[in-house]
Design a protein around this ligand. Structure first.
Ligand code: NAD
Ligand code: DAU
Length: 352
């Protein structure tokens, strides 16, 4: 078995590559990654020397490179993670999301069609369903209703991938997962941002009233689900992947404060995200029924492990929080509320 993984130096892609290469029957893995701000080869140090691993530094929008790679490697499956994955960045600057998520996916699909790739797993997201009123849960036939430039670009690429199955019979499978968390996540997303800020005694910026609801999925559970889809999924099908654990953001933040021994006084309510989706919820019955997959990690266990990882890996956090991250942080947070700026260097107040 030979897999071409795109975006394998990012948060979920690197967990997937580590999972594959850590298994007894490790397949050959070719990782194509542009190494944007979110790509980090440190995430792959544990497997970089594996004889079945090859890293290719490049852009999925590069038609000639993708074509040459498929000619040379003839993978049994393409697992497509590469994306601009952050909603707030896509709001400030939609162009990279358009380029990578739409044009990049199109480039890969065209190459897969030309080379008659045996399997194309497109990693989509539950954000394509948009905000759902309680108690609704989206199943795979739910209409797409994306809100942000990020989720619209993912919905577009999701539909494009589907069209290649319908029109060209390219063996496409689509996964739509909920919010992932775990080790090596770039600290622009809720959990790593709040955990690392809490550990550093910095303010925790909660958008709006903090009562938005997300379903939390431990990254290793997500990766096992993707492997199950690669191995057992049916061509042309869509598979939702959820953690079966919905929580309001504020509750998540309070659990993080408790897990890091930080004070509630670090919480800052800041200006809301424009177009902020209130609630995501999805049903994962189909993937459970068809592949036997189920999430194994409770949110409490996963969060404890994640906090522990960020505690133990301060040097990784420090490196990714330097450089570009600082200007991103200032751009996203400095104008969201004067209180946050004033107290930007607040020290940690240990719990009594
Ligand atoms: P990430 O931002 O951590 O990593 C993205 C990776 O893609 C990086 O390594 C980056 O260098 C690479 N990349 C970006 N543009 C590229 C290009 N043009 N060519 C080649 N490589 C490129 O993202 P993530 O959180 O690991 O998400 C991975 C995938 O999973 C994305 O498709 C995302 O939409 C989807 N997803 C994410 C979540 C989540 O909670 N993070 C949930 C559901 C689905
Ligand atoms: O649902 C799957 C999606 O989950 C993935 O497709 C995306 O790639 C991934 O980024 C994530 O999108 P969200 O927008 O849900 O994740 P984020 O971590 O950015 O935010 C989670 C919630 O926390 C959301 O309601 C916004 C809120 N939030 C986020 C940040 C960064 C805050 O309140 N404060 C913050 O500083």
């Amino acid at each position: 078995m030979k897999l071409l993984v795109t975006g394998g130096a990012g948060f979920i892609g690197s967990a997937f590559v580590r999972l594959l290469l850590g298994s007894a029957d490790a397949p050959r893995v070719i990782n194509l990654d542009k190494l944007t701000y979110a790509g980090n080869l440190e995430n792959l140090e544990a497997v970089a020397a594996h004889t079945n691993y090859r890293f290719v530094h490049g852009d999925i929008c590069d038609t000639a490179l993708v074509d040459a790679l498929l000619t040379e490697e003839k993978p049994d499956a393409i697992v497509h993670f590469a994306a601009e994955s952050h909603v707030d960045r896509s709001i400030f600057s939609p162009s990279p999301a358009f380029e990578t998520n739409l044009r990049g996916t199109f480039t890969l699909l065209e190459a897969a069609r030309a080379h008659q790739a045996p399997r194309f797993v497109h990693v989509s997201t539950d954000e394509v369903y948009g905000s759902l009123e309680a108690p609704l849960e989206a199943d795979e036939s739910f209409p797409l209703n994306p809100s942000s430039p990020y989720s619209a670009s993912k919905a577009g690429s999701d539909l494009l991938a589907r069209s290649y199955f319908t029109t060209y019979k390219l063996p496409v499978l689509i996964t739509r997962a909920s919010n992932n968390y775990g080790a090596y996540q770039f600290p622009e997303k809720l959990l790593p941002l709040m955990i690392s800020n809490a550990l550093e005694g910095r303010p925790l910026p909660v958008y709006g009233d903090g009562l938005q609801v997300r379903d939390w999925l431990y990254v290793d559970d997500h990766c096992r689900a993707i492997r199950a889809v690669v191995e057992k999924g049916r061509e042309g099908e869509i598979y939702n992947i959820g953690g079966s654990r919905s929580l309001p953001n504020l509750e998540v933040v309070r659990k993080i404060l408790a897990g890091t021994d930080a004070s509630e006084t670090l919480i800052r309510y800041v200006e809301d995200r424009p177009g902020h989706d209130r609630r995501y919820a999805l049903s994962s019955v189909k993937i459970m029924r068809e592949t036997g997959w189920a999430p194994l990690t409770s949110f409490e266990d996963g969060l404890a492990r994640t906090i522990d990882w960020y505690r133990q890996n301060g040097a990784w956090v420090e490196r990714v929080k330097s450089g570009e991250y600082r200007s991103y942080y200032a751009r996203n947070y400095d104008n969201r509320g004067s209180e946050l700026r004033r107290t930007g260097s607040a020290r940690r107040v240990p719990k009594p």
